[in-house]
Design a protein. Sequence first.
Length: 619
Amino acid sequence: MGTFDGYDIARSGIHAYSASMQTAAHNLANIGTKGYSKQVVNVTAQTRNISSIKVQGSGVFASDIERQHSDYYDTKYEASNSTYNKYSTSSYYLTELERYIYAADETEGGLTTSFDNLCKTLSATIADGGNMTRRQEILTYAETFTEFIQDSANNLKSLQAEANIEIKNAVEQVNALAEKIATVTGQINKLESYGNTANDLRDQRAVLLDELSDFCHIDVVEKPPADGVGGNQFLVYVNGGILVDTIQTNKLIYTETEIMKGQNDIKGLYNVTRENGTPFDQYSTALGGKLQALFEIRDGNNTEALKGTAESLMENSDGKLVLKINNASINDIRKLSIPQEKGEINIISSTYTYESFSVEPEDDGTFTYSFVLNANTTLEEARGLRSAVDRGATVSIGQDVDFKGIPYYMAQLNEFTRTYAQRFNDIHKEGFDASGKSGIDVFNATIPTTGENFTFADKSGEVPAAFDSMPAGSADGTYKGSYYYMTALNVCITKEVADDPTKLAFNQMANSGESESLNLQRLSALKDDSKMFLRGAPDAFLQAMTTDVAVDARKMITLETSQKNIRDAVDIRRQSISGTDEDEETQDLVTYQNLLFNQYKVLSVMNEVLDKLINGTAV
């Protein structure tokens, strides 16, 4: 053993425990830092060979500063956080849906109460059908009822617009986080290429990944370089595609489109694609996070998109291609809520846009639809479409989204409005008003461009006449058409009836006077018509619709709470590994201080020994 080896031993201890004390101080300073992981200095006994059979201790060696962290719990946390945010977003929007559909305020109770009030007034007037005050009261309740329907539909559109904007904002935040992750990864690789460990930068990247998991499910892979040269490859996958590749990003791109997914949809829906052109399925159940919930709420139709079989493809008189489909899944105009124009046709793996469509009823009660394709459909696209038609491929108008979102409840409101209005109008037109004239439509729809009303010709229980999606005015200045043109957004009371209560056709015979009210009895009885809807009578339909959204909202709230508990439990486990404790770090600081003082004592003792040896003995 060398004369001065004691100095080397003390020096190694000073270096090791100085590093440990500074690391403890660093931990203590970062107790409040989000995502910070406890760091420890790894120390080992240092030895050296004296001879082939003897090993001499030479102090302590601080090999590196290690970050106490678990990639396993990071992955678990990110997955549970993504699921929690999906449920949290869904529960918010479904709760809003429930509020809009069921209750406008505490006193009125919304659509259901408004309908009940109308039905009660009709029943109460039977004994005094000729009373003008009672007739005016009926019209007032009928107008209130249509206003509640319109308010509900407009609120749903506003909610859809909110979800649409949130999709845009979410994509922007995903891209911003992707850029930050790529930047930090470049810094990590640069620092670690010199043999250091970028503990603090890795913590920063872990926080960014946690934030990214709010918006979508992520898969993270870190690969060492194949030849051992250079930095690690760091990959972040979203929805089956790469979002971050080390220092490069493949951003998500949102595009405002003119394509409509439903008849009552807002304009300017955002579609999301990838910057490099690879597919991005925005309705994939693997997407996760807020984005999945937002797409489901905005576009969810409970997989009730119109579907059929491609029958033929031909040119019309304007030289435009017309795709005809049969074996349709919807053969009732009152249930049809596809866009009037700028709708989307999906066939095999291709998508086309139509300008308008028409419906032709067949003898067996089924519908044949004809879609006029967009004028800019290319010849190559047409060839692919002809091939699909020749094979009798399945056609879908829009996409099936397995969630009861805003389009689903819009379609439900449309179906209720059209069905009840049609049945009411049909019976009303079979009666006679106070002047002995035949009744006219009571429930109607407003034409946006003119403010005028339609004249509806359909009869309940019969296949409606063929119609085009774009209504054309008649020679007499009126608009005649199917109940497809009536939606929850434009339903109203016919202006002529609203202005004159005597137009209410409550009598069954033209010459029976004003007080017969036999037709009014039939109108009142509609509330109990259990065959009007598959779900039963009108009030049963409304109750079932409000129950659906209420049950779904409660389910999402329960799942949100449960998933939050799971996420928090995972985070607690993660913190048990990586978290810092003030008392523990303070104790460590004192411990390393004492250990450091011990090394100074070793130096002092060695000084005294060598001083005595050299100066005292003159050796």
